[in-house]
Design a protein around this ligand. Sequence first.
Ligand code: ADP
Length: 337
Amino acid sequence: DEVRKQFKTGAKLGEGTYAIVYSGHYKSDPSSLVAIKKIKVNQDYKDGIAMDAIREIKFLSELDHPNIIKLHAVFSTKDQNISLVLEHLPLGDIETLWKTHSISYSPADIKAWANMLAQAVWFCHENYVLHRDIKGNNLLIAADGTVKLADFGLARSFADPGRPMTYNVITRFYRPPELLLGARHYGGGVDVWSMGVVIAELAIREWFLPSNTDFEQLVAIYDVFGTPTEDSWPGVSQFEFYTPPDDSSVPAPANGTGPSHRATSPSQSTQSSIKRPQPLTYWRQRFPLLGEDGIDLIRGMLTLDPRKRLSAREVLEHRYWTNAPRPTKKEDLPRQG
Ligand code: ADP
């Protein structure tokens, strides 16, 4: 109650799946804007949603970084709901940015936004926090142009490697192959994959890996990165949802004993489910705004085998950030409105 009385709630800013967000300010200082996120109660999900809110509180209160949304306070409302008082981030989000075609932006702008995201993810991982829901819609933009990672509802600590985790996390388009295959032990690589997808979307201004089902999501990933094999990804065949590729259309190696018994009909050969990774020319054509360095970086972030994927630290050490063009200064970034 004491905490609640410090704030004045204003107009509704937006509504998400589990919260309504209002504008507000400290009563002591009407110029100090905040966002008040009131967690919705739904009788059926009350416990789960309260858990999400408590996770968000726990992780946000531990992370203090310029590219991570600041949590000012937490209070319970009269109707026993939880409200989070968050930093006010009025300039929309990264997904809206690439969707708004009246805003044009350059390779240097993409580099600046991508770098702020990479700093945020690195800081989470340094502090043993997995975000687990990185997507354009969760990257909000402050009045001064700073990108801030928000929505820590799915975050969890990865300090406890022994405990199995759920694979049903991360919005589908951003979900890495190990989660789609059912991995229950995973690490920072899940966030690095999501970050790679976000940067790709910023560069092409459309969804990079859209799909309608979890199975289609794997197909979309394999269409670009090729079908994983035990050679490219040791252990991949052990995952719960791994399906061995139908290799009936791949010609048997010629061994001089006459026609292959695996000769196939034309219709079968067009159905080959073993896919080869797209060549560098595909990346150059689709991602001209990233340049050679940016392409190398996102391919490192989007490596199928999570053990070979770049870590958040390696992402920050990449030459993309220091080579030309230099990232745009945040006060010079294009903005909405
Ligand atoms: P979702 O993640 O489903 O969009 P949220 O509950 O996180 O749901 O947010 C709902 C809406 O409220 C957002 O789309 C945005 O318009 C607004 N919003 C959320 N957080 C803030 C904030 N810190 N500052 C300003 N507006 C916000």
